[in-house]
Write a new protein. Sequence first.
Length: 245
Amino acid sequence: MPTYRDEVVVLRTHKLGEADRIVTMLSRRHGKLRAVAKGVRRTSSRFGSRLEPFMVADVQLYQGRSLDIVQQAESLGSYGADIAAHYDRYTSAHAMVEAADRLNEAEATGQQYLLLVGGLRALSRGEHASRSVLDSYLLRAMALSGWAPGLTECARCGAPGPHDTFVAQLGGMICRSCAPTGAARVHPETAALLQSLMAGEWELVDAASVASSAAASGLIAAYAQWHLERGIRSLSHVPAAGGDR
């Protein structure tokens, strides 16, 4: 059976037997992978620490019948320790890898891989508020998967904005003619922040008020979880926007 190499982000791991682990990874060229890492739970393992969640590695795998086998792993990005040392970074990273796992169950792209690596790197360095990094990641990841929210034109009829209503079930910002009865209004600052998070305009994101950041986070969480059809469990542990400033 052939072997192959790829760059991966470790999403999650599960114990297997007494010393092995099943490692779920998002790769750059082969989509989402599940492979057995033999002996990695032993203290003598040569690459066990390189296959922990949030780590980025260059791996060589042996193609098995049901699960591939990890033969080698070389670290490309050791983000786990810096992320785990801060609760807000740790919980945000968990939400990111959980979303990546869900989004890429059927198909993954190199862009999704690079987006996740960039997000984890930003979290590990504390470049921006952790919740903002998570929110920006979720918006962009949804867009790469074909679920980009409408943030300027009406997501339902295409009427030019700006609009002041966001409805996750209808695809984003909605004009008043399309908005269902009782739909909550969105403050202009929050609507602008959503666009900045999508575009990666970090000077504007970092300068946003705590209230706008919290409101945007709630809208993004509702939108992502609606389209994923299942809740992102880790989101319930992520501190509210402004809590890590």
